[in-house]
Ligand binder design. Structure first.
Ligand SMILES: Cc1cc2nc3c(=O)[nH]c(=O)nc-3n(C[C@H](O)[C@H](O)[C@H](O)COP(=O)(O)O)c2cc1C
Length: 183
């Protein structure tokens, strides 16, 4: 199946997942900036197109570009994956995924989440400042829950919880197969 993976990544996690998916599916890989330069015809031959963006304050970065394009790609297998600092089993992830697509988009696009991490070395200054503020608000919050305290501590330095296994449901979906979770 001729597959294309388009991604946008600030610190490298979303790019790494895009590379894992493209290696696994023998697909083509394109940074969003390159994808935006391509003509409409460029996408015609692809049977499956997957977009990856990182999570920023509950949204998927630059996903609008893909969603606008996808309206004309309904004959293809379409997936969106989001990479964030939260672990996959965080209940917020389900809410996040529910909000990622509207009812109409859900008919022809499937959304996935892959846990990434934080990489302060590669992060741009505005993002670093935003995170510093967020962590400080959480740390100083009165009556913070144990979970919030733990998160504030964890997010104050870099960590990597990415894993190749999280591409499995995405690959299965793009290949038109059922994903069976290992227990
Ligand atoms: C300003 C900002 C907001 C973020 N918001 C979220 C969020 O809402 N949910 C989440 O899970 N991660 C959030 N993150 C963490 C990033 O999504 C995470 O570090 C991700 O792995 C970055 O991907 P990248 O390496 O491809 O840039 C945020 C990070 C920054 C800098």
């Amino acid at each position: 199946m001729k597959t294309l993976i388009i991604y946008t990544s600030q610190t490298g996690f979303t790019k790494k997942y895009a590379e894992w998916i493209s290696e696994r599916m023998n697909g083509d890989l394109l940074d969003l900036k390159e994808a935006q330069k391509k003509s409409t015809d460029y996408y015609n031959d692809y049977e499956a197109i997957c977009y990856g963006g990182w999570a920023m304050a509950g949204t998927i970065v630059k996903v609008k570009w893909f969603l606008d394009k996808a309206v004309n790609w309904k004959d293809k297998k379409l997936a969106v994956y989001c990479v964030g600092g939260s672990p996959n089993d965080n209940p917020d992830v389900d809410i996040f995924l529910q909000n990622a697509l509207n009812d109409e988009q859900r008919k022809y696009i499937r959304a996935f989440y892959c846990q990434g991490g934080f990489n302060y070395e590669n992060m741009k200054t505005p993002s670093k400042l935003a995170m510093k503020m967020f962590v400080s608000v959480l740390k100083n919050k009165k009556n913070a829950t144990e979970k919030e305290k733990f998160m504030a501590e964890k997010m104050s330095s870099s960590y990597d919880i990415s894993d190749k296994k999280y591409i499995e449901p995405i690959v299965c979906y793009l290949e038109g197969k059922e994903y069976e979770e290992e227990n």
